[in-house]
Write a protein that binds this ligand. Structure first.
Ligand SMILES: *Cc1c(COP(=O)(O)O)cnc(C)c1O
Length: 401
């Protein structure tokens, strides 16, 4: 080798192994080298025994997958570029023309958009069920039902379903369940062991999670995961994942790995501040209803208590308020505009508090019986001081007085 550039590109230096530090290294690759053609031909890419190509993973993504599977009580994990991609992967992998999927009427809006805007065109039908009525879910299961989506709590209206009963129904009827587990984040309850000690485990089949929220915690990364416990189900999802090439970037994986150790502390801190604000919000006359599963008057409070261990249990940092029906949408918007610490923006789980006014009538098949009439505003509570956040809401309420 005489050319200096060739020498540079094929530089023989190998740093010493055994480097150990608090944070895992960032291994980035599209290409992965094989020592021989035989090794290339015999490489098994479907498990974590080796490396094949960047899309199949590097030590960095393997590490995050294993940690997330542990966090959620599952066995295997796939990483995808967003929480929404996780929902899409599950649908694309498990549903075929002629199948039907059941979706709760309070589902994360873009998941409804997947079934209405994409699956429908592929000959896959859907039904919306009442998330607060397991009997309604059971009544809608037919021989064509191949997947039931679950969400606890609902991401905007925060009613808490009888998750245990719904999973039991689906287990009895042998229908796959997929939980959008973003709210619980693997912390509020174990989706793969909903009734600890039960003789037959009460478990969802799939947990999809927007890592964009708590695992990232920074408001700066988009990523999703799909965790399972059944090896053949994982393989089915993995094949779809590979065929469509929906891998993730290792710098983003590193950002999530860096935040993950503090997820428990952050979740608890968001929870404590959110509950304080939700309790206070109940005393404000403009808010006719406050939605947060830890509030006794919030829909599904008993289900949240039973699943998470009651007052000792945890809840995500979201609460919604229903503004009295006498206020117009324009007045509600003005209230949101008047907030200073709460920024207008989607998503949650980051350090900065956020607010979004929702037009609920455009999101539901019918106005839910458990919600009073009015206009809904959802708050995502960040890591600011709760008293400052309360003062911010109080000053914004002045525009309504
Ligand atoms: C944010 C969110 C998603 C989607 O996550 P993205 O990473 O933003 O695509 C899915 N489900 C729920 C409940 C969410 O809150």
């Amino acid at each position: 080798m005489t050319d200096r550039i060739t020498h540079l590109i094929h530089h023989p230096y190998q740093p010493p192994g055994g480097f150990e530090a608090p944070q895992a290294g960032v291994f980035k690759a599209s290409t992965v080298f094989f020592p021989t053609v035989a090794a290339m031909r015999s490489r098994e890419w479907k498990d974590k025994s080796a490396y094949t190509y960047g899309l199949h993973g590097t030590p960095t993504s393997y590490a995050l997958e294993e940690r997330l599977a542990t966090l959620e009580g599952g066995a295997e994990c796939l990483l995808v570029p967003s929480g929404l991609a996780a929902l899409g992967l599950v649908a694309m992998s498990l549903l075929k023309s002629g199948d039907e999927v059941l979706v709760p009427d309070n589902a994360y809006g873009p998941n409804k958009s997947i079934v209405e805007g994409e699956l429908k065109g592929w000959g896959i039908t859907h039904q919306y069920y009442d998330p607060m009525d397991p009997q309604d879910l059971e009544a809608q299961i037919s021989s064509r039902t191949k997947l039931v989506w679950l969400e606890a709590a609902g991401s905007v209206t925060l009613e808490f379903p009888n998750l245990v009963e719904m999973v039991r129904i689906c287990q009895r009827r042998k229908v796959l369940t997929a939980l959008d587990n973003t709210w619980g984040a693997g912390l509020a309850f174990n989706a793969f062991d909903l009734v600890p000690g039960a003789q037959v485990p009460v478990a969802v089949d799939i947990s999809a999670h927007a890592l964009t929220k708590y695992p990232s915690g920074g408001g700066d990364v988009l990523m999703g995961s799909v965790v399972t416990r059944n090896p053949s189900l994982h393989l089915k999802l993995k094949l779809t994942h590979m065929r469509f090439g929906i891998g993730v970037g290792m710098n983003d994986v590193e950002a999530v790995l860096r935040s993950l150790p503090t997820i428990g502390l952050r979740y608890r801190a968001h929870d404590v501040a959110t509950r304080a604000l939700a309790v206070w919000a109940q005393t404000q006359p403009e808010f006719v209803q406050v939605l947060h599963p830890a509030l006794p008057k919030s829909p599904g409070h008993g289900h949240w208590m039973a699943l998470t261990g009651g007052e000792e249990g945890t809840a995500a940092g979201l609460f919604s308020v229903m503004l009295d029906a006498r206020f117009t949408q324009a007045q509600t918007d003005a209230f949101c505009d008047a907030l200073k610490l709460f920024k207008l923006g989607y998503s949650w789980g980051g350090p900065i508090s956020l607010v979004v006014p929702y037009e609920l009538e455009t999101m539901r098949t019918a106005w839910p019986a458990h919600l009073l009439p009015g206009t809904l505003v959802r708050f995502s509570v960040g890591l600011e001081d709760a008293a400052d956040l309360q003062a911010d809401i109080a000053q914004a309420l002045e525009v309504l007085r």
